[in-house]
Design a protein around this ligand. Structure first.
Ligand code: NAP
Length: 192
């Protein structure tokens, strides 16, 4: 598949290399390259710019493109803003999937994404038709695609990133905060 990438920094090079290794044709561009060529390169575009630039670069993306949004907008004190909402409001014709925003770029540079015997899971929030396109790109990186809901849940993924990053910066083992599996139906965790 032809994959365009807006951005040529850490995430662009890490994910781009992984997809190239899986046989995809990847074109990435930073500010000194041709963002318009990358934005119209293929049916999928990875948005890998700072969240502050995300809306601005959307003009380079062809209509109806499936966009993978890996941006995070973590504010001082590890609060969060929500770039996905701004992106989809600015370009409602795009089919935007929030994904790849939880892990550091170094993860995608490693030869394997199996940790403790478990393949890394990549949650995706967005329209179903777009998640169908993105899921094989997750699999191609040796990870498990996880359908984490529709566009309305993307903000939760953004908040999850900010929360985890805050824990990591505090020196905590963020992965250790979740139980390994459901112990019951989960009803007791829900607010009624
Ligand atoms: N790094 C991570 O571990 C990580 C993990 C998860 C999510 N993210 C998110 O992924 C996104 C990219 O992060 P990154 O670490 O790859 O950043 P980065 O290394 O700083 O790269 C950012 C890229 O965006 C380009 N850019 C900046 N401002 C631009 C503008 N106004 N117009 C067009 N292009 C612009 C830069 O262009 P130049 O090449 O010209 O400088 C650069 O290529 C961010 O939203 C970040 O929150 C990062």
């Amino acid at each position: 598949m032809r994959i365009g990438i807006l951005g040529a920094g850490n995430m662009a090079t890490a994910l781009g290399a992984g997809w190239r290794a899986a046989g995809h044709d990847v074109m990435a561009s930073g500010r000194s390259g041709s963002l318009a060529d990358a934005g119209r390169f293929g049916p999928v575009v990875l948005l890998a710019v700072p969240a502050t630039a995300a809306v601005e670069v959307l003009a380079h993306i062809a209509p109806d493109t499936v966009v993978i949004d890996c941006t995070n907008a973590v504010t001082p004190g590890f609060g969060v803003e929500h770039p996905y909402a701004a992106i989809t409001a600015a370009r409602p014709d795009l089919r935007v999937v929030k994904a790849f925003n939880l892990c550091h770029d170094s993860v995608w540079r490693q030869p394997s994404r199996v940790f403790g015997g478990r393949p890394l899971a990549v949650p995706m929030c967005g329209p179903a038709s777009a998640k169908e396109v993105v899921a094989p790109l997750v699999t191609d990186l040796g990870c498990t695609p996880l359908d984490a809901g529709g566009p309305e849940r993307a903000a939760l993924l953004e908040s999850t990133a900010a929360f985890a990053i805050g824990l990591w910066f505090a020196g905590a083992d963020a992965q250790a905060i979740l139980q390994p599996t459901h112990t019951d139906s989960g009803d007791s965790l829900l607010t009624r």
